[in-house]
Design a protein around this ligand. Structure first.
Ligand code: CA
Length: 233
């Protein structure tokens, strides 16, 4: 293993997809390891200092969601899900699993490696088995296991829906989310929420962010489209 190369664990049962991923990651200077089952992946995590896991949702020995839950209980390593179904995206974006990001199939190798880089940048590479699960990244501090978010050093006192809404935005800075997508990410019963419910929650999150950092306004309104989080580092 060349020194200084970050190890990326690729958990994918389809060899063609795994090959593409391994090749793309190698080309980008990473040291990928491929495992085709959740069991093998969890065993590998016990013996190797993995920097990030790329995890397929549909695995032969169970769901990637279960693998994520098991590894989350033991390791602070960031996880990017690979998913083929939009129904799965809702669960991932809802962050009940503490995933750091997701990529929908089919994807380009370039897109995947860009996401890997972005997540590693966010987590500062502080993801070895020994490190704290709290992911500290630039101006945001997202402690996924504890469901807490801090901004510029101040912890935010968020309600459950405010947390889930902000966590969804935070998972993909710069991406514009529609109100509908935010509802599905942050509410257990999205049908019961209204567009203006999302607006009201964004307003209260903004007020809390203002008390943490009066001059900053990190949530951007896109008229007729929705909201995004300003990309800052
Ligand atoms: Ca699969």
């Amino acid at each position: 293993m060349p020194p200084g190369r970050e190890i990326i664990l690729v958990v994918e049962d389809e060899p063609a997809i795994a090959d593409t991923l391994v090749y793309a990651l190698q080309t980008e200077g990473f040291a990928p390891i491929w495992k085709s089952s959740g069991r093998d992946a969890l065993a590998e995590l016990e013996r190797t200092p993995v920097a990030l896991v790329v995890l397929d949702v549909g695995l032969p020995d169970g769901s990637g969601f279960d693998v994520c839950r098991t590894l989350r209980a033991r390791h602070a390593v960031p996880v990017i899900f690979l998913t083929a179904r939009s129904g799965e995206i809702d669960r991932i974006v809802g962050l009940e699993l503490g995933a750091d990001d997701y990529v929908a199939k089919p994807f380009s190798p370039r897109e995947l490696t860009a996401r890997v880089r972005a997540v590693l940048r966010r987590t500062h590479g502080a993801s070895s088995a020994a490190s704290s699960p709290a992911a500290t990244a630039g101006v945001w501090q997202h402690d996924v296991p504890r469901c807490r978010i801090g901004y510029r050093g101040s912890a935010l006192e968020l309600t459950r829906n405010e947390y889930r809404l902000l966590a969804a935005l935070l998972a993909q800075p710069g991406r514009v989310f529609s109100r509908e997508q935010l509802m599905e990410a942050a509410w257990d019963d999205p049908g019961a929420a209204l567009d203006r419910t999302v607006d009201a929650h964004v307003k209260s999150v903004r007020a809390k962010l203002r008390s943490a950092a009066p001059e900053a306004d990190p949530i951007v309104t896109h008229r007729g489209l929705g909201y995004s989080l300003r990309e800052e580092t």
